[in-house]
Design a protein around this ligand. Structure first.
Ligand code: CO
Length: 137
């Protein structure tokens, strides 16, 4: 069951430059930094209440995130909804004919995650995530 916005993902050219605003000017706390090689991103996660801001910088010019930045420039990349059962929700959505990016959940920065196709959600890329401490496999 989807129950809150886990994080908002923002594509940036330069993570350190972006942190000058989100961390230094707004005063948000960076609780994690991670590089996810198979997704081609270097990320910083900032706490904002019960949710997070996820700043995403491409690790190489070939990364999908680099292509996104080329096409659209910096800005909103995706919204992530938290669910206690990413696999169950994915099966339910498949059953409803929703277009997906991922057919199965996979490990991501926010836990076990999957992406729905933006065509399903009015051109907003939607991620579903079950944090690892909640994930039952
Ligand atoms: Co995300």
């Amino acid at each position: 069951m989807i129950d809150k916005i886990h994080h908002v993902g923002i594509a940036v050219h330069d993570l350190d430059e972006a942190l000058k605003f989100y961390r230094d000017t707004l005063g948000l706390h960076v609780h994690e930094e991670a590089t996810v090689e198979d997704q081609g991103v270097r990320a910083a996660l900032l706490t904002i209440g019960e949710s997070e801001i996820e700043l995403l910088e491409p690790t190489s010019p070939e990364a999908n995130m680099a292509k996104f930045l080329e096409r659209k420039g910096e800005g909103l990349h995706h919204i992530c909804f938290q669910t206690d059962d990413v696999d169950g929700d994915l099966e339910t959505l498949k059953g409803k004919g929703v277009q997906l990016v991922d057919q199965k959940s996979r490990p991501g920065i926010a836990g076990m995650i999957c992406f729905l196709h933006p065509k399903a959600s009015r051109s907003v890329l939607v991620e579903l995530a079950t944090p690892m401490e909640m994930y039952r496999g």
